[in-house]
Structures are given as C-alpha cells and as structure tokens.
Design a protein around this ligand. Structure first.
Ligand SMILES: [Zn+2]
Length: 457
C-alpha cells in the first residue's frame, strides 16, 4: 500500500514535470507576440493623459484580463479617478523561497499636443514595424510585456517559488504621490516585495556605445535637487545704467557657472558608490558614446531651466528691476549630498551676494544590489536571445516609481528589454513617441524566461 502510494506519487510528479517541460517547450512565441501587440493597441487607445490622469478605464481593461485568466485581482482608488489595480499569483511551494516580485508599471501618460502630432496620438497606428502613439514607449509597452509574462506564468502552470504581483498605478507622470507612494503609505503590507521590476533601462545598439549592443538595467536614480538663484539690486531708469543691476549680476554668475566643465574631482563622489555604478558600467561597456544620455549618467549635472526678471508683463524695457532669478535643475550622482552640491554651485557662481534656495529635492540616491538571482536571471535571459549583448547595471538620470520602493529595502530593477535606437529613446514624451513592435515581442519572451528562471529556484 505504502509502496504503491509512493510509486503513484512519483509517477504523478514525473508526469507533471514532463507536462511542464512539454508546455515550456511548446510556447508559440509568434502567437504570444501577436496577442501582446493586440493588447498594447487596446491599452494605448485608452487615453490616460495626466492631467487629469483618470486611470479607471485602464484599470477596467486590466481587471477584465486578470478575471478572464482566473487570476485574483484587487482594486483601490487613491483619489477620484485614480484607480490602482494589482493581481497576484501565489507561490506554489511552501514555504515560499522569499518575498514577492512586483511587476510595476504606471497606467498614466503625459498629455499629447494634438496640434504637434502628425497622427492621432491615441490611434495606436502601426507602420514600418513601429507603433507611434502616446504611451507606446512610456510605458504601456513594458506594462503589456509585464502583463503577458505574468499571464504566461499562470497559463504554463509553472511552480512558483514566491508570489508574483502585477501592480498598475496612476500618477507617476506627476510625481507618484497618488500612485506608488500612496500604495506604499497605505497598503505596503499587501505587497512587501523583495524585488520590483520597473521602467528605467533598455537595450540599445547606438545610445550607450557606438556599435555595441548594451542593455542597461537601472539599479539607481540620480538625486533631484531644484534650486532658485536670486540676485537683488537697485531698480532704476534704463537710461542710466549702474552697477547694482541684478540682471548683470545674475548673468555674469550664470556664465561663470556654465563655463566650467562638470567637476568630477571637486565634489567628493564617494568613490565606493561611484565605482559601484558609473565605473562598473564603463568597465563593462568601454568608452561611452558622446551624447546627452551617457553624459548625464556619468556626471552630476545642472540645467538652467528658466530665467525670470523685468518689471511688468510684458516686462518694461526701460526699467532696471530690483530682482532677477534663475531656476537650476540639478541631478546628483549617488554619494553627492545636497550640502556639497550647493557649496559647489555657490563656488562656481562666484558671487556671495546671490541667494540660493532649495525648492525641491528627492531622497538621496540608493543603489539596489545587483548580485542577486533575479538580476542574474534577467542577464542570462537577455544573453540567450542576444549572446553578444553587454548587460550592465546602470544609473538613470530621470526619476521613476522605483525610488519610492528603494528606501524600503526593496531591490528594484528598471528594464524594458527591447532594443531601442537613440532616436526612439529621445521620442519619449515627444510628439513622435514610438516603440518597435519586434522589441515588444522580444520583451515578453525575455521577461517571461527571466521570471521563470528566478521562480523555479
Ligand atoms: Zn514612465
């Protein structure tokens, strides 16, 4: 009796394993890719422009898919119209090997100025192998790649060593207060992930280094520090210039600020942190391309984004004002503190009479560890498709929802594993936003295989 039970059990297990192996081998990636593109078209056609950032219809769309696939789904509304949806696949092993993996994407998109678009930005038009549409790149394509990989885990009945959660949020494009940050503040216990997969990095054959296929996996973001520089002086008649004109003072200071190269040596960049990310990327990739993206990920940067002065609107041309101001959007490498950077800006401005005010700052940058099973699975899934690819941890110059998770000890990786040209990357938020269709197809497969490998450990 006992023996028969054991042998029946063994037979069942081996049958299950065989079925799993067969199932895993018989995935029709062409059909899965077609399904992903169809879903992406439907998703893009739901206008989630932010503002107003109403994501209820997008959440309905995702909810219907989860229900059809028999996956439990939970829904919240952080504010009127700001729908949040998450679906959960439970671990099949007990105890689970670890805390969940969250597949995170934002449903909202930046607004589209229809007068500048040559086509309807929400028609999801496919032409020449690309979909041109608002949200095609940022980030409904990765959202759909997450969705398909997630649904495939269920359809393939894979044994899961931990829970996998797909979380779709509103509000990222205006800071995430009612999206990721709201979920973390109000429902963190329901997620409590070890890992988050998010947007941030991608593959490119020209953006990072000419002629090299590089996949940058975002493991950290630069710190945002927004400053106002103010010069004050004495108002007067434009016919009699004097040396107390705040415009002169501000312009000379800004010229001194901008004429100096990025100062890698002047501001201590905590060598351990810099080596861990910028130097490591350079060691793996070699010389980085000379364009604005690699520049921004190697240096702390300053962009003068506005200059404001004059009396009246429109400003009077014959009046010297008493105040002139400029806005500086500074982005700091990990390890550079607010105090150090302000001291550096002050030194470069070279005028102690100017005042500097902080108008916004993000948390100090946190680097997610990348010596982890999930990172290695991502790397090997990419390299199975492109054996010549260089996969590297990367710092990104812009902000994502991952920065809300990293301070909670969550390891967050930003990667849309599609190959994007520098031109395509630059189309983000622009009036020709687009995504290569083959890239979306490939992303589904890479993400599925990375998750499968990480989850069967
Ligand atoms: Zn985005």
């Amino acid at each position: 009796m006992k023996n028969r039970l054991v042998s029946t059990f063994v037979a069942c297990v081996s049958l299950a394993v065989t079925q799993r192996t067969i199932a895993a081998q018989t995935i029709d990636w062409k059909a899965i890719g077609d399904e992903a593109i169809r879903l992406l078209q439907e998703y893009v056609r739901i206008d989630t422009s932010n503002p107003p950032g109403d994501t209820r219809q997008a959440a309905d769309f995702l909810t219907a898919i989860f229900e059809r696939e028999g996956i439990p789904v939970t829904r919240y509304e952080s504010a009127p119209g700001k729908a949040i949806v998450y679906a959960r696949l439970k671990a099949t092993t007990s105890p689970a090997a670890g805390k969940p993996i969250v597949l995170l994407h934002h449903m909202d998109v930046v607004p589209a100025d229809r007068s500048q678009w040559k086509i309807d930005p929400f028609a999801a038009t496919i032409e020449g192998g690309e979909m041109r549409a608002r949200g095609a790149l940022d980030m409904k394509s990765l959202g759909v790649a997450h969705l398909m990989a997630f649904v495939m885990l269920k359809r393939q009945r894979l044994p899961l060593a931990r829970d996998v959660i797909l979380l779709a949020e509103p509000d990222e494009e205006i800071g995430g207060a009612m999206g990721a940050r709201w979920m973390i503040a109000n429902h963190f216990a329901e997620l409590d992930p070890e890992y988050v997969l998010d947007e941030g990095g991608f593959g490119s054959a020209d953006l990072f280094a000419p002629g090299k296929l590089v996949y940058g996996v975002a493991v950290a973001e630069k710190k945002i520090l927004w400053l106002t520089v103010r010069a004050t002086g004495v108002a007067g008649h434009g016919s009699q210039p004097h040396d107390q004109n705040p415009n002169d003072r501000l312009l000379r200071a800004l010229a001194r600020l901008l004429v100096q190269p990025d100062p890698p040596d002047r501001v201590p960049e905590r060598p351990a942190l810099r080596e861990a990310i910028v130097d490591l990327m350079k060691a793996r990739v070699g010389t980085l391309a000379a364009n604005k993206f690699p520049n921004a990920i190697q240096h702390s940067t300053i962009a003068v984004t506005w200059v404001r002065s004059g009396v009246g609107d429109p400003p009077k041309i014959n009046v010297i004002p008493s105040v002139a101001e400029a806005g500086l959007d500074c982005r700091l490498l990990p390890g550079v503190t607010r105090g150090e950077w302000i001291a550096e800006v002050r030194r470069r401005l070279g005028d102690p009479s100017l005042t500097i005010e902080v108008i916004n700052e993000s948390d100090d940058a946190i680097v997610s560890p990348y010596d982890t099973p999930l990172y290695r699975s991502l790397e090997s899934a990419i390299r199975r498709v492109h054996p010549d690819a260089i996969v590297t941890p990367m710092l990104i110059p812009y902000g994502t929802d991952s920065n809300a998770f990293r301070p909670r000890g969550v390891k967050s990786y930003g990667i849309f594993p599609a190959i994007l040209s520098a031109e395509t990357v630059a189309s983000m938020h622009g009036d020709a936003e687009r995504v290569p269709i083959d890239g979306v197809r490939e992303s589904v497969q890479i993400l599925y295989e990375a998750l499968r490998e990480a989850l069967i450990r």
